[in-house]
Design a protein around this ligand. Structure first.
Ligand SMILES: [Zn+2]
Ligand SMILES: [Zn+2]
Length: 371
């Protein structure tokens, strides 16, 4: 039995060199394949990863050889991976990274090479200046986005924060698609001056180096959404951002069923440190599981009382339903401001004013990636 040089090296150089029993000489084409592959790498890539596929029958023949020869053997796939990485590094000066800018795919069955543009992840915090935007794209369920009578031909119910942020990024990166992942969300009619953490997943970008300052400006132009702290991060940040829960502060303008007195302020402050029982609000019951959540009020105060209007400033645990803390949602949230005051209370305007997510900055500092 004869093997090619690479396959023989993998098997302790036990065999004669010749027409390869394992690969039929195909692995000896590696240098040529690398030459082709490096031509496909986008100009602004600084790192790469690779994948190799080898035919199943090579593996079967390889394993049979392991049965008959006693020297230390290594799988051809391992050797190829190592050889390819070393060769690409040498010819391009790119850095190898398992989640690199692009993935070079070596198919030894066909002898073909191809390239996959790896997704790009951009972290940031957004401020929602105007109410009336949904956080993620919300397609019209009637026409699935094509445009119909129900959605006035727009194909969607609301404009979204996701589009305001994602479209300029898509343009700058010449990407195919994008998805925004955020740490919680505010209601369509609420605003957010705090800055909510998100990661935009950019699919198949053609450009990976971009001017984040310019993108920040571009997003801010609409006056509806602003972003700060843009930074290229690893894929792992999606989970960090979406799985994190932070205390938040809110400012709510509230209309009451009667004029307020000084006594009412004290009653409201009695909520400090209390844990609310919040049954899933009626308004979201159609898309959330019906259960009772326990959420703690950290601080609460009432200011700017003017007859039957006032401003409530509250800091609460992540996931607290603030509108229901105010209204009581027909007894589904207990205790509530309406219940304590014995009158109706309706949130007219809601703004997220602070999100206690400094934890993310610690992690960002540890992330060595540039960009
Ligand atoms: Zn071979
Ligand atoms: Zn429609």
């Amino acid at each position: 039995m004869e093997l090619c040089q690479i396959c023989n090296n993998a098997n302790g150089s036990t065999f004669a060199l010749g027409k390869c029993h394992i690969c039929d000489g195909k692995v000896m084409e590696t240098a040529k394949m690398v030459e082709k592959a490096v031509q496909l790498i986008p100009k602004d890539a600084v790192s790469f990863s690779i994948s190799t596929t080898i035919p199943k029958d090579w593996q079967i023949r390889e394993e049979k050889i392991w049965d008959i020869q006693t020297k230390k053997a290594e799988s051809i796939k391992n050797i190829l991976n190592r050889t390819v990485v070393a060769a690409v590094k040498k010819t391009t000066a790119l850095r190898y990274a398992s989640d690199g800018d692009c993935r070079l795919v070596f198919d030894y069955g066909t002898g073909q090479v191809s390239i996959q543009k790896n997704d790009l992840f951009i972290f940031g915090r957004y401020k929602k200046i105007s109410s009336g935007l949904s956080q993620s794209r919300w397609k019209c369920s009637q026409c699935e986005g094509k445009g119909c009578g129900q959605c006035a031909g727009k194909g969607k119910y609301y404009e979204s924060v996701e589009e305001r942020i994602g479209e300029p990024i898509k343009t700058a990166t010449e990407a195919r698609e994008y998805v925004m992942h955020a740490s919680g969300r505010e209601d369509v009619d609420a605003t957010n001056s705090a800055g909510r953490a998100f990661v935009v997943e950019v699919k198949e970008p053609n450009k990976r180096r971009m001017n984040l300052e310019e993108i920040t400006k571009e997003i801010g132009k609409t006056g509806e959404v602003e972003v700060v702290d843009l930074k290229v991060v690893d894929r792992g940040f999606v989970e960090i951002v979406t799985e994190s829960h932070f205390d938040k502060s809110y400012q709510a303008d509230v209309e009451f069923g009667r004029e307020l007195t000084g006594e009412d302020g004290k009653k409201i402050e009695s909520l400090i440190g209390k844990t609310l029982l919040q049954q899933t609000p009626t308004r979201v019951a159609h898309r959330r599981a019906n259960l009772v959540r326990h959420r703690k009020i950290k601080t609460i105060e009432i200011t700017n009382i003017r007859k039957n209007y006032a401003t409530i400033i509250v800091k609460a645990e992540a996931g607290t339903y603030i509108k229901e803390l105010i209204s009581g949602d027909n007894g589904r949230t207990k205790p509530s401001i309406a219940e304590l005051l014995g009158t109706s209370a309706v949130c007219k305007k809601l703004e997220v004013t602070k999100i206690e997510d400094e934890f993310l900055d610690f992690i960002l500092k540890g992330d060595k990636r540039d960009g």
